[in-house]
Ligand binder design. Structure first.
Ligand SMILES: Nc1ncnc2c1ncn2[C@@H]1O[C@H](COP(=O)(O)OP(=O)(O)O)[C@@H](O)[C@H]1O
Length: 241
């Protein structure tokens, strides 16, 4: 496994890492039950490496981090894009990757919500689309993301861009503005697992901790009794089409 990654590290240009059913480091039950034990790294020259884990206990998080480290062995700040369906584990992976590499987490949805808070014209327009669950037009989103990536913290430390691009035109626009990721991470989780994760997910409103009724149950009855479900954690959200 490591030797495959090291071979791959000799390639210097950008890469796509597809991770199947990523699981948080500490969720062994979920991992054992769900892992496909497969990570595919696709180099952009169409050279493809399939990394298979012999050990089921291998953590996908560390796989991503190792692959990222190996793919970009340079002193330059790391630029990463990540994409994944709701409940694909994106939040967990973003947290691990930004902590490990000191990257600035730039989430398009967060930028838009912050813009709405300012009460600006762009924010008002964006809100109309977001309330309908539609993509906000490129002329608002592209410049917002560009401005954020140009800020000193992300320019100096590198960035993890989350929720962008969501269309070919967004990808092209950012590329034309001179922003190119070193790595694009795509978290792929099968539909039945997404549905199971979303439907069993619960929130502790007191601590903010997320539980899963089957895979990560609450520690005490007191916590169990106060758990709530997010209004949009439904089967439709996991698989809208
Ligand atoms: N890259 C983007 N382009 C256009 N609209 C976006 C983009 N990212 C987020 N949005 C808008 O913000 C909303 C919330 O996005 P986000 O916070 O990523 O949550 P979700 O995962 O529920 O889509 C989206 O439904 C969409 O309206």
């Amino acid at each position: 496994m490591n030797s495959n990654i090291m071979n791959f590290s000799t390639a210097s240009s950008s890469s796509l890492i597809r991770v199947f059913n990523p699981s948080p480091n500490n969720n062994h039950k979920l991992q054992k039950a769900r892992s496909y034990s497969s990570v595919t790294i696709t180099h952009h020259h169409h050279r493809q490496l399939s990394l298979r884990s012999s050990s089921r206990s291998l953590s996908y998080s560390s796989t991503i981090v190792k692959a990222a480290a190996a793919a970009v062995q340079t002193e330059e700040p790391l630029h990463v894009m990540i994409s994944g369906a709701p409940a694909s584990g994106k939040g967990t992976q973003c947290h691990l990757i930004t902590n490990k590499y000191g990257l600035v987490h730039v989430a398009a949805g967060d930028l838009l919500r912050a813009e709405i808070e300012t009460g600006s014209e762009n924010g008002k327009r964006a809100k109309e689309y977001m309330e309908k669950g539609q993509l906000v037009p490129d002329e608002i989103v592209v410049m917002m993301v560009r401005d954020r990536l140009l800020k000193p913290d992300s320019a100096e430390n590198g960035w993890l861009l989350d929720g962008y691009p969501r269309s070919l035109s967004q990808a092209t626009a950012l590329k034309e503005l001179g922003f190119k990721p070193d790595i694009f991470i795509l978290l792929e989780v099968s539909e039945d697992i997404l549905v199971e994760r979303v439907v069993g997910r619960r929130l502790d409103p007191v601590t903010g901790k997320i539980y899963h009724l089957k895979y990560s149950p609450p520690e005490t009855k007191e916590i169990a009794d106060r758990l709530t479900q997010r209004f949009d954690d439904t089967e439709e959200k996991a698989c809208p089409y």
